[in-house]
Design a protein around this ligand. Structure first.
Ligand code: ZN
Length: 305
């Protein structure tokens, strides 16, 4: 009966029962839901593929000691940008979490203090409701979710920059920006302060015919640069979309350098931003009459009215 209610309400037992970690012996590290927002195999798909034992228990990955530490074993070491990003996120999630000598227990997600019973689970099914996650205020439907998510993470300083990987103990060695070699590679450095990023942004601001910001205190401020300017909402949304595409392409150029040793010229990146934003906006927005010949000069005032 309960099972039926579950399927009707789209609630998943698996996704809502959460293990409370004690000694970690009866909880599977990847498969069970015990930390974060769901089973780690779903939250860290790339790492799950690399795990040498998909059914490992939590206790198998935890090495007792003072302090204890997490030691994950792979089929091969994580190397791609995406894998490293996931290692970085997983490390953050696991930091401060330890196994104890108590037995593992089970609770309902979000109601960890209430003893688990059928009656309790039933009230949860009845109360099923779409919970709004914290929203990214600059979410922009004219560009892809992937780019929105990247910018959202960057604004929280949660991208795999060298600085953040080092900070979490994942990377050892130099933390210098691979492009200029002069500063630590932080999020704001690689997306804004570095001369490569600055040169790209300079091209983009000229193209968009808007003033280059003099004082920038956060990455989010750059993305929302149009919000404080005069202009229609459509125009602000369009500028916001292009800002996010620009940040994404700067990040991609950075990854080309790190992972393929390829130096992308800033003019090339600026051109890709113009092309990519044209393709995205013309297919996703309700703006009609966007024509490349005019877009490349950003001569589209009439479209914006
Ligand atoms: Zn740099």
């Amino acid at each position: 009966m309960l099972e039926k209610d579950f399927s009707r309400s789209n609630l998943s037992l698996e996704a809502n029962l959460k293990s409370v970690i004690g000694n970690g012996i009866s909880t599977q590290f990847w498969v069970d839901f015990w930390i974060g927002t769901g089973p780690l195999k779903d939250c860290f798909k790339d790492l799950f593929r690399l795990a040498n034992n998909k059914n490992a228990t939590v206790s198998e990955y935890f090495q007792q000691g003072s302090p204890g530490q997490w030691v994950l074993q792979w089929v091969r070491e994580p190397v791609t940008a995406q894998e490293l990003q996931q290692v970085c996120d997983l490390q953050q999630l696991l930091s401060g979490v330890m196994c104890t000598n108590k037995k593992d227990g089970w609770v309902w997600k979000g109601a960890e203090d209430t003893p688990l019973s059928v009656a309790f689970v039933r009230t949860k099914i009845q109360a099923v409701d779409y919970q709004n996650e914290v929203e990214w205020p600059l979410w922009n439907k004219w560009i892809s979710p992937k780019i929105n998510i990247f910018c959202w993470r960057a604004s929280m300083n949660r991208i795999a920059s060298k600085e953040s990987l080092t900070h979490r103990g994942i990377l050892v060695g130099d933390t210098l920006c691979p492009r200029c070699g002069m500063c630590e590679e932080s999020t704001i450095h690689l997306l804004w302060d570095c001369f490569f990023a600055k040169s790209v942004w300079w091209e983009i601001f000229i193209w968009l015919k808007i003033p280059f910001p003099v004082q920038v205190s956060s990455f989010q401020q750059i993305l929302g640069v149009a919000l404080g300017m005069n202009g229609s909402n459509r125009w602000k949304k369009l500028i916001g979309a292009i800002m996010q595409v620009a940040a994404w392409e700067i990040w991609k150029a950075r990854n080309e350098k790190i992972f393929k040793e390829r130096n992308v010229h800033f003019i090339r990146t600026a051109d890709v931003i113009k092309e990519e934003s044209f393709l995205l906006v013309s297919s996703r927005s309700n703006l009609c009459n966007l024509v490349w010949d005019r877009w490349k000069e950003f001569n589209i005032r009439d479209v914006m009215l």
